[in-house]
Design a protein around this ligand. Structure first.
Ligand code: CDP
Length: 512
């Protein structure tokens, strides 16, 4: 394909019409560097889409006129770099194309207040509103399927994600980790404005952040005051330095898992930002939902893909129900139940493939807990306070250092409320009963009566959703997936996609 340069909305629309392919969009303000090159490379890797890169210096996002005037402009070099990196077309619109004089065409956007009232938002009034307005406008004109953004501007990514969700825009947002030069400094167009001595300061700042990340990995602690003093002593002008939650940008507390140490410094007339991501434990994925929604199969495959522990909490409730029946424990007698629980141990043992055996006090109950007898009593046993307290404690022990995909009814709401990703997986009752019937029959249970099974599942859904303690509910921050009409692989791919776009790449890459 020829290298295409588009300058007007009209040209862009015609190009879109002539190429009926999906678009991966890389928005930039030009002065392209290796960070942009990596974005294009990433966009190229992921699919068959055409890659459209835009170069537009958005006046709305400059709160400082001088910064706008001085912003480096290197259009010819940019065109060469973009095409050689694999862009199919470059959109270099005139300002009046993006912001026509007829103001009615411009839908001014307001950035999320919560996300923009901190970090850079404090010092760059209106900046994120300007970013949102131009991104909204560009998406509206281009209608891309995917947009690629760099995690160096993490606050910007969070704000754009929020806008896209709020405006219900159908677009995938993909990102790459901060790309650094050999001296540790993140690539940035503004680096071109630095004197040699400024670059040295930026280098000190970035190395200090990277160094503190290493310290954090050992101590799980960030001493902000100490870092600020150290940098100030080296004559570095700090605009801000904060340790915040990586998703809501609220000040970090010891309960938060993924956080960021982020700052801005001023070198001469130039403002530069950098950050590192910090993580106390590996991520946790919580998958909740009603019976037969495909949780177990999906959870197992996700755990295998990520090399995470797979935790089937339902199997624990089932195993305990089996054991209570076997030992003929009168669980209505809470003292008898408590004594009994203090001697129970449930463990999972991996066997070939991705299979796990469930062992309760040396009894291998893997198959025995799947009978309809157990299915019919498990919900009432799972509603007992002492049983839940006991099993939730066990589950938290298993997940203490993260790296786990847990499935159940109360994982996102109760067991791991700080899970990085919460999925509520469901399907219509008919679909779920159909799946469970096939599953049970494949296990050699003879022909299963569909209506009876459907009633049993409905009853269990009702009992699970209406019990007093930790009922089955969709956690507030869970993403609901209705799996009717999707194959297992499609659901797995969807959840993995959400996971990879939630966790900063810098943290994902550490495990590679
Ligand atoms: O496999 P299926 O979806 O039928 O159920 P399961 O995951 O094996 O769970 C069996 C039962 O255990 C559920 O119906 C709930 O009553 C209970 N359970 C729970 O209360 N909390 C959990 N986290 C997991 C299961």
């Amino acid at each position: 394909m020829n290298n295409i340069i588009l300058k007007t909305v009209q040209e862009l629309s015609e190009w879109r019409l002539n190429n009926q392919k999906n678009i991966s969009f890389v928005p930039t303000m030009g002065n392209l560097h290796l960070g942009h090159k990596e974005l294009i490379r990433e966009a190229k890797k992921s699919n068959e889409n055409l890659i459209l890169l835009s170069i537009f210096i958005n006046p709305l996002q400059f709160n400082n006129k001088e910064d706008l005037i001085n912003y480096p402009r290197t259009i010819n070099k940019d065109i060469d770099l973009a095409f050689s990196a694999g862009a199919d077309a470059i959109f270099i619109p005139y300002e009046h194309e993006i912001f026509p004089k007829n103001e009615k065409e411009i839908k001014y956007q307001k950035a999320s207040e919560d996300l923009s009232k901190t970090l850079c938002g404090i010092y760059r009034k209106g900046h994120f509103d300007g970013v949102c307005t131009v991104v909204y406008r560009l998406i509206d004109i281009i209608k891309p399927e995917v947009i690629f953004l760099g995690e160096k501007d993490w606050q910007q990514i969070l704000i754009i994600k929020e806008m896209v969700a709020k405006q219900n825009i159908k677009i995938e947002i993909k990102s790459i980790n901060t790309q650094r030069d050999i001296d540790g400094v993140p690539f940035s167009s503004r680096n071109n404005l630095l004197l040699k001595s400024d670059r040295e300061k930026l280098k000190l700042f970035s190395s200090e952040l990277l160094h503190n990340k290493q310290i954090f990995n050992q101590t799980k602690y960030i001493d902000l005051k100490k870092i600020i003093k150290k940098l100030t002593d080296k004559d570095i002008k700090i605009e801000y330095l904060e340790h915040v939650n990586a998703f809501n940008l609220k000040r970090s507390t010891s309960e938060m898992n993924i956080t960021m140490l982020a700052g801005a410094i001023i070198c001469g007339n130039t403002r530069l930002i950098d950050h590192v991501f910090l993580m106390r434990r590996d991520p946790i994925i919580a998958i909740d939902g009603p019976a037969g929604s495909g949780k177990s199969t999906v959870t197992k495959l996700i755990a295998k893909n990520l090399k995470f522990i797979f935790l089937d909490t339902g199997a624990m409730y089932r195993a305990l129900s089996w054991y209570l029946l076997k030992e003929k424990i009168n669980y209505e007698n809470r003292n008898e139940l408590k004594t009994f629980l203090s001697n129970v141990s449930i463990i999972f043992k991996s066997v070939e493939g991705s299979k796990q055996n469930v062992i309760i006090n040396n009894h291998n109950v893997t198959e025995k807990i799947r009978t309809q007898e157990i299915s019919s009593i498990v919900s009432s046993i799972a509603s007992i306070k002492e049983v839940r307290e006991f099993l939730v404690k066990e589950q938290r022990k298993i997940g203490a250092s993260g790296g786990i995909v847990a499935e159940g009814r109360d994982i996102g709401s109760k067991v791991f409320p700080n899970a990085e990703l919460k999925i509520f997986l469901t399907a219509t009752i008919n679909e779920r009963a159909k799946r469970r019937k096939n599953e049970l029959e494949a296990m050699g249970n003879g022909t299963i009566d569909f209506d009876k099974l459907k009633n049993e599942i409905e009853q269990r859904d009702f009992d699970d959703s209406n019990r007093k303690i930790s009922p089955l509910i969709k956690a507030e921050d869970a993403i609901e997936i209705i799996s009717d009409g999707y194959t297992i692989d499609q659901v797995v791919e969807k959840i993995l996609g959400i996971y990879f776009e939630t966790i900063p790449k810098e943290l994902l890459l550490k495990n590679k």
